[in-house]
Design a binder for this molecule. Structure first.
Ligand SMILES: [Zn+2]
Length: 163
């Protein structure tokens, strides 16, 4: 690390302070020639977006995995391949816009379910029941009621499936 004042190439670290939450490290440095003091911040950079899972572990973001989760939710539902691709693309784009290296898996779940809900109510329920890991039937019913209410609002009556 060159001295920002005189350009000397040897500076030494006089204090190191790891940041508690964001993995960055703050270092106080001093130039060995002119004694100029300055601070540097170091933070790890990943090559790709990382996902922090509920158990705290971190793994690289995977489009395939995201697509797989959505495909399981839309199985045997009238949702075509291109709609699934659209959700994957839109979700990935939105994550990248956030300009962060680590996103919580819950956030991805929220982004996907929001879109899935607009496409197919049943697929939405399946999806959230997996990613929110419902443990109580009551939680499941609450989501289901919300979807059914929305459909009544949209169509003015209960939907009948004739296929
Ligand atoms: Zn210097």
């Amino acid at each position: 690390m060159h001295c920002p004042d005189c350009g000397h190439e040897h500076t030494h670290v006089i204090d190191t302070e790891p940041h508690e939450s964001d993995l960055s490290v703050r270092r106080r440095r001093e130039c060995q020639r002119c004694s100029f003091r300055f601070t540097t911040y170091e933070r790890p950079m990943w090559d790709a977006l990382q996902v922090k899972k509920r158990d705290g572990s971190i793994e690289p973001f995977s489009r395939e995995k995201l697509r797989g989760g959505i495909e399981r939710a839309v199985e045997k539902r009238p949702v075509d391949e291109s709609a699934v691709s659209e959700i994957v693309d839109a979700t990935e784009a939105e994550l990248q816009e956030r300009n962060t290296q680590i996103v919580a898996s819950e956030l991805i779940g929220d982004l996907v379910s929001e879109r899935l809900r607009a496409v197919d109510g049943v697929a939405y329920i399946r999806f959230v029941s997996v990613y929110k890991a419902f443990s109580e039937p009551e939680e499941f019913r609450r989501e289901l009621d919300a979807v059914l209410d929305a459909e009544l609002d949209d169509h003015g009556g209960p939907e009948t499936n004739t296929s």
